[in-house]
Design a protein around this ligand. Structure first.
Ligand code: SF4
Length: 429
């Protein structure tokens, strides 16, 4: 069997696709990127933005055309399958199965032609590792209870469910046996993790404390995506003292205006977010941030948008995921009055992005020259005489002349310049 697995959206979708790939490979399947070779095509979808859904509709149309001359089984799964199950079946007759997120792992039963066993609850698989990778996602929870007023996730992924700590530790041991170098603990609201360990409930800090002593080849742990309201002092202290936890935090603050944050149901004020940033900077040496920031939420005034710009200045992120508000039917913000025009949303986003690009350029310039330990990822795609490396805090990519390196090697490098978003340097030891 040849299968094509197309993944859209978040890291959790990517992790779940990795698990599906491992299962399908263990059943004798071979992955292909060519639908004309495939017997099975799985589209793992995202419903967070209308643009993602539009792209997926386009892909389904493409696969329908291919099916006219080359028959295969077409499965649609993921968040769009949850949100638009009936519409997908109605609009795209060539789709054979629409499988909701909770039932994703039942694709295995389908491939083995077993009866589909409908689950009422999300279940985690044993491992999300993809053979040969040096980094791996480790989903630790799924779903979200926060109901931010713009977000579809709680409606499509459901309420929070945490994976048991025993199962997570088993996966960590497995990743160690595979010589994995870094892991990212994943969850829609990862710092509200409440899993079971020895029949009692533990939080993210306690889980990290159980994971760290088991690490040998895994040198760094990241976690995504945290919610600013769920950063406990215990967690910040742990990040500051443990070398194995990356000193790079993702802080999805979304807006710099307290009024907009309230309308978004983010449960934090501007001052609370700034206070959190101060506390983290004071406790965690060398900490850098990445952020999520949104423009054009309903009724956002120019002055409130400028508070988002000033929040960016305050946090000084080294990376930013910036986007404009995208109305999603079924969410509370969809029906809010004073929706902002596309032109204004886009114009504000452009200013946000322009400032961030300037900020990143300035940060890079100020940091030169420096030395660091970096993880060798692969040859550069553009030049096979160059090596691509990642710094230990997930902060930047560097390029050096390639020697006999193997993916996963840790190299000591001197960084001397940068071009665009990428540092350039040389190996020094
Ligand atoms: S925290 Fe808010 S934005 Fe994040 S997944 Fe939950 S509802 Fe969506």
């Amino acid at each position: 069997m040849k299968f094509l697995l197309e993944t859209h959206g978040c890291q959790l979708n990517q992790a779940e696709s990795n698990a599906l790939e491992t299962i399908l490979t263990s059943l004798g399947g071979t992955r292909t990127d060519d639908p004309y070779e495939a017997n099975l095509v799985i589209v793992n979808t995202c419903a967070v933005r209308i643009s993602a859904e539009n792209k997926i509709w386009g892909q389904l149309g493409h696969y329908s055309n291919v099916k006219k001359t080359h028959p295969f089984t077409l499965i649609v799964t993921g968040c769009m399958a949850d949100r638009l199950k009936d519409e997908i079946k109605r609009r795209e007759k060539s789709v054979d199965y629409v499988i909701e997120t909770n039932d994703k792992l039942e694709i295995e039963s389908l491939v083995l032609s077993k009866e589909l066993d409908k689950k009422s609850q999300y279940s985690f698989t044993d491992s999300y590792y993809r053979e040969g990778d040096i980094s791996s996602y480790v989903p630790i929870m799924n779903g979200c209870n926060n109901f931010c007023s713009y977000c579809i996730v709680p409606y499509v992924r459901g309420r929070e469910i945490s994976r048991s700590a025993e199962d997570i530790l088993k996966e960590i041991d497995y990743l160690e046996s595979k010589n994995v170098k870094e892991i990212t603990l994943l969850g829609q609201n990862v710092n509200s993790y409440k899993g079971e360990y020895c029949k009692r409930e533990i939080n993210l800090s306690e889980l990290l404390t159980l994971i760290i002593p088991r690490l040998n080849s895994i040198r760094l742990i990241y976690f995504e995506s945290p919610h600013p309201k769920d950063f406990s002092d215990e967690l910040i202290d742990l990040i500051s003292r443990e070398d194995r936890i990356a000193k790079h935090i993702h802080l999805p603050f979304q807006s710099g205006s307290t009024r907009i944050l309230k309308l978004m149901n983010r449960k934090s004020t501007r001052e609370e977010i700034m206070g959190l940033v101060d506390k983290m900077r004071e406790k965690v040496k060398g900490l850098t941030f990445s952020v999520d920031a949104m423009t054009g939420f309903p009724s956002e005034s120019e002055k409130e948008f400028e508070e988002t710009l000033s929040m960016m200045d305050y946090i000084d992120p080294t990376e930013a995921f910036m986007y404009f508000y995208n109305p999603r039917e079924g969410t509370r913000a969809y029906d809010m009055p004073s929706q902002i025009s596309e032109d204004v949303k886009k114009e504000r986003l452009k200013r946000l992005i322009d400032e961030q690009l300037e900020r990143q350029k300035r940060q890079k310039k100020e940091s030169l020259p420096f030395q660091e330990n970096a993880l060798y990822l692969s040859k550069s795609r553009d030049n096979d005489k160059e090596a691509l490396l990642k710094d230990e805090h997930n902060n930047h990519i560097s390029i050096i002349p390639l020697k006999k390196h193997l993916p996963g090697d840790i190299l000591k490098i001197e960084v001397e310049s940068f071009r665009g978003n990428t540092f350039r340097g040389r190996e020094i030891e």
